[in-house]
Design a protein around this ligand. Structure first.
Ligand code: CO
Length: 470
C-alpha cells in the first residue's frame, strides 16, 4: 500500500496577541508573558503572534509599557520560534494613512527589534495600500504574509478570492492568510475557499478565524483537509469565545493523521497551567466578561462582527435609543452596499456601523455624516471592490472630487516633522514611531517614563547614600 503523504499542519499561537486582545481588552502585561516564554519556545509552533494589532496602543495607553521594549524582551526569550506581528497596511497600527517614510521605518524597526513574520492587511483589500509595507518587509528579509480580509457579499465570489490571491503572490508575498475576523467562514465554505486558492497560488495558506459564531474548529478541520497549511490557535485558557480555537484541541484532532502537528500535549499542558490563573483573575476582575465566551449566533445571522455589534449597542445606549437596534442591524447591509461593499474590519466596520446608527436615528439617510464616511466616499481609504452608490456619494461629498490614486501618494514624508515634535522626549530611535502613531498617548507615556526614571534615580541615590555614609 502506498504510504499516505504526510503534511503536518503548522500552528501559529495567538495567546500573546489576538487571544488577549479578543478576550481581555489587550491588557496582558509583559510581566505576565515572560515566565512562560521558555516553555512556549520548546513547543515547535510555526510562529507566535505576539505584537502589533491593538497591543501597541494598549501598551502605551493602559499598561504604561514601551511596546518596543516588550518586543525586545520577547525576542530574547524566544530563541527558536518566529515572532509574528499584525500590521494594518498603510495605517500601520493606527487608524489613519501614514506617509511611506513612516511605514518603511516602522517595518525596519519592527524587524530590527525581533519580528520575523509580518502579517499585513487592508480593510478594503486594496492591495495598493499594502505595497509599501510589503516592499519594506521584503527588504528587511522578514516573511511577508498578506492577509485577505474575509467577508461575504455579492462581490466576494471564489473568482474574486482566486484573482486577489494570484495578485498577492505576484506582489512578492511569502504566504497568504485568510483573515476571518468575524467568524463568518463556515466549514464547507472554508473547504471550497481553500481548494480554490490552492488552484491559483502555491504560497502557504494560513487560516485565521475567531470562535465567535461557534464554528471555528470545524472550519479549521475542513480547511486543513482541503490543503490549508497553517492555522491560528490559542492555548486553551485563552481560547474560544471571541478568541481562536484551542491549540490543544486542534493538535489532538489532527494527531495520527497525515496532518499531525507533532506538538507535545505535555508541553502545551504546562502552558495551559500557567495561563489558567491569569484567566481566572481576569474573570474575577471583570476584565474577561464571560458573555464573550458563549456562541454569538447573531454574527452569522447579520454577518456583522461581534465587536461591531457591541459598539452598536453602546452607541444606541448613549443616544437613549436602544429600541432602534433591529432597525440599525437592517440598515448596516444597506450602508455597506452604498459604500462599495467593503469587508467589515477596523476601520471600515466602525465607519459603516456609525453611519447606519446615524441614518436610523436621524430618520433620514445620510442627513448626518461623520467625517470618516466622507473620507471613504472621497477615496481616501482606497478603492472598494464595488463602486459607491453614486447618489449617496453625491449627497455626502457634494462637488468635491474623489481621488482615484493610492491614497498615500498624496501624503508627503512625515518623519522629519514627527522627529522634531518628539525630540524633547526621545530616548531611542523607535520613540518617533510610537509618537507618529499615537502622538498624545505617546507623549503621556514619555512623561510617565521620565518621571519613573527620576524616581528610580533618586532611590538609587538614597540607597547609595545609606550604603556609603560620608
Ligand atoms: Co483576529
Amino acid at each position: 500500500m502506498a504510504e499516505i503523504q504526510k503534511k503536518p499542519v503548522k500552528i501559529v499561537e495567538t495567546g500573546l496577541r489576538d487571544a488577549h486582545q479578543s478576550l481581555m481588552a489587550t491588557r496582558m502585561t509583559t510581566e505576565q508573558m515572560l515566565p512562560i516564554i521558555d516553555t512556549m519556545d520548546k513547543v515547535g509552533y510555526y510562529a507566535v503572534e505576539c505584537w502589533g494589532g491593538a497591543t501597541f496602543d494598549a501598551c502605551l495607553r493602559f499598561l504604561k509599557e514601551d511596546p518596543w521594549d516588550r518586543l525586545r524582551k520577547l525576542k530574547a526569550g524566544f530563541k527558536n520560534t518566529r515572532l509574528q506581528m499584525l500590521f494594518r497596511g498603510q495605517n500601520i497600527l493606527g487608524y489613519n494613512h501614514y506617509a511611506d517614510d513612516v511605514v518603511e521605518y516602522f517595518v525596519q524597526k519592527s524587524v530590527a527589534n525581533g519580528i520575523d513574520v509580518i502579517r499585513i492587511f487592508d480593510c478594503l483589500n486594496d492591495l495598493r495600500n499594502l505595497q509599501t509595507a510589503v516592499k519594506a518587509a521584503n527588504k528587511e528579509k522578514a516573511e511577508v504574509q498578506i492577509a485577505l480580509s474575509y467577508t461575504l457579499g455579492d462581490a466576494y465570489t471564489l473568482d474574486y478570492w482566486k484573482d486577489i490571491a494570484k495578485r498577492i503572490e505576484d506582489m512578492g508575498a511569502n504566504s497568504i492568510c485568510i483573515k476571518d475576523m468575524a467568524g463568518l467562514l463556515v466549514p464547507y465554505a472554508a473547504q471550497e475557499l481553500v481548494t480554490a486558492l490552492k488552484e491559483s497560488t502555491t504560497l502557504d495558506i494560513d487560516l485565521h478565524t475567531h470562535y465567535t459564531s461557534g464554528v471555528a474548529s470545524m472550519t479549521y478541520l475542513k480547511a486543513v483537509e482541503a490543503g490549508c497549511d497553517r492555522i491560528d490557535t490559542a492555548i486553551s485558557p485563552l481560547a474560544l469565545g471571541t478568541s481562536q480555537p484551542a491549540t490543544e484541541v486542534m493538535v489532538e484532532t489532527l494527531k495520527g493523521t497525515p496532518y499531525d502537528t507533532g506538538l507535545s500535549q505535555d508541553i502545551l499542558a504546562d502552558i495551559a497551567d500557567y495561563f489558567t490563573p491569569i484567566r481566572e483573575e481576569a474573570i474575577k476582575s471583570g476584565l474577561l466578561n464571560t458573555k464573550v465566551l458563549g456562541v454569538n449566533i447573531k454574527t452569522l445571522r447579520y454577518q456583522v462582527p461581534g465587536g461591531m455589534l457591541s459598539n452598536l449597542v453602546s452607541q444606541l445606549k448613549e443616544a437613549g435609543r436602544e429600541d432602534l437596534y433591529r432597525e440599525v442591524l437592517e440598515e448596516i447591509p444597506r450602508v455597506r452596499k452604498d459604500f462599495g461593499e467593503p469587508p467589515l474590519v477596523t476601520p471600515s466596520s466602525q465607519i459603516v456601523g456609525t453611519q447606519a446608527v446615524m441614518n436610523v436615528i436621524a430618520g433620514e439617510r445620510y442627513k448626518l455624516v461623520p467625517k470618516e464616511s466622507k473620507k471613504i466616499m472621497l477615496g481616501e481609504f482606497g478603492q472598494t471592490v464595488k463602486p459607491f452608490n453614486p447618489e449617496v456619494q453625491k449627497k455626502i461629498i457634494g462637488d468635491e472630487t474623489p481621488i482615484t490614486c493610492r491614497p498615500a501618494d498624496l501624503i508627503p514624508p512625515q518623519l522629519p516633522q514627527f522627529e522634531k515634535e518628539c525630540a524633547q522626549w526621545k530616548q531611542q530611535d523607535e520613540d518617533v514611531l510610537s509618537y507618529a502613531l499615537f502622538p498624545k498617548v505617546a507623549e503621556e507615556f514619555f512623561k510617565y517614563r521620565e518621571a519613573q526614571q527620576t524616581r528610580v534615580d533618586s532611590t538609587v541615590a538614597d540607597v547609595a547614600d545609606k550604603a556609603y555614609p560620608v
